[in-house]
Ligand binder design. Structure first.
Ligand code: FA5
Length: 345
């Protein structure tokens, strides 16, 4: 009898489809009038020997059924699913998609582009892998200038396959003045002065934003990769006074009208005369640009007549402008990839 109840009860509990069905089974077997309860109650009418045989087995079965029902109940609750049609819960909050945003350097670059576009400048871009000719020779930077040292410049290894051999000193000499000479990562945006003038006639005014590379130790104001904005304006009577006016308008539009800047004489081989532009940052003067009047040798390199044309050129350290604009004390933060920094913009 007990075996009979056990067999059907265990099977039915296993097959129960929902909590209601399970509860019906509990009542059927363990309820007040349930099959097992009744049996337990009837024990008193049995002989002592029979009671001893059936009693413990019935108690044991009771416990087991209680356990199986509890387990099944858990299972049904965990796997409970709404019918397919209503499984989509419109009241649940959606997954928030994390939106990226523009890097502060890109942001300031865009702003600078707009300012110069409003001053009637065109925006052009050039290659980051340059030849020695455009980066140095054509800009009147002599072969023994320290910037050409391997400590200042990232030179690219060239293989015989590329048609550009790893060059000995002797071959290097014959490369000088060759447009397809040794390759390097440009150290400034000035090579685009040459590239642009080779293919365009004056008068014109352009800016060239871009990344440049220098093999140098980094510190709070120096990175080995940073951005520059080159500027070049060539015409019949373009002067240094025009330069000063243009950058004053530019800096005031970028920083507001109460900014302080000053020009200090400085030598660059591709300008004559040359200046550096300084701006106040955290109580100190910070160099933000090199500039000057285009050197006649540069005009000669692009076959312009230096008696007919004159112009100014400048190269702002865009990353330094970003430091000042956003009050960032360490230039290395821009390239750190640190989200705690980036997400503030
Ligand atoms: C030049 O690169 C010249 N090509 C600028 C120029 C252009 C002069 C046209 C005349 C005519 P310089 O090495 O000083 O010059 O760099 C220009 C600016 O880039 C600096 O004023 C500074 O703001 C920024 N700069 C230079 N080195 C670094 C560096 N390691 N990290 C961040 N910014 C730098």
């Amino acid at each position: 009898m007990i075996e009979q109840i056990k067999k059907t009860a265990v099977l039915n509990i296993k097959k129960a489809l929902d909590l209601k069905g399970l509860e019906d089974l509990r009542i059927k077997y363990l309820g007040r009038k349930g099959e097992l309860t009744r049996m337990l109650r009837g024990l008193k009418d049995l002989s002592l020997a029979e009671r001893r045989r059936v009693g413990p087995a019935a108690q044991h079965l009771k416990k087991e059924l209680e356990r199986l029902i509890a387990e099944k109940k858990n299972e049904l609750i965990t796997n409970y699913q709404l019918p397919i049609t209503s499984r989509f819960d419109v009241t649940r909050p959606g997954h928030r998609i994390k939106l990226g945003h523009i890097h502060p350097l890109t942001k300031i670059e865009e702003e600078i582009r707009h300012i110069f576009l409003s001053l009637n400048f065109s925006v052009v871009e050039g290659p980051e892998v340059e030849t020695e000719y455009y980066n140095f020779d054509a800009l009147n930077i002599p072969p023994d200038h320290p910037a050409r040292d391997m400590w200042d410049t990232f030179w690219l290894k060239q293989s015989a396959k590329s048609g550009l051999f790893a060059r000995s000193d002797l071959q290097r000499k014959s490369d000088l003045g060759q447009k397809n000479g040794r390759l390097l990562l440009r150290t400034h945006t000035s090579p685009m002065q040459i590239r642009y003038m080779e293919t365009h006639n004056p008068p014109f005014q352009i800016i060239v934003p871009g990344v440049v590379y220098r093999h140098e130790a980094s510190d709070a104001t120096h990175a080995f990769q940073f951005m520059q904005i080159e500027g070049l304006m060539v015409g019949k009577d373009v002067s240094l006074a025009n330069f000063k006016y243009i950058i004053e308008v530019f800096l005031k539009k970028l920083f507001g009208s109460d900014l302080e800047f000053r020009l200090v004489p400085h030598h660059y081989p591709f300008v004559e005369p040359g200046v550096d532009v300084y701006m106040k940052f955290s109580g100190k003067w910070l160099e933000v640009a090199g500039a000057g009047m285009v050197h006649r040798k540069v005009f000669e390199a692009v076959k312009y007549n230096p008696y007919e044309w004159q112009g100014f050129a400048f190269g702002f350290g865009l990353t330094r402008l970003a430091m000042i604009k956003y009050n960032i004390p360490d230039i290395r933060l821009f390239y750190s990839g640190d989200l705690r920094f980036i997400e503030q913009f």
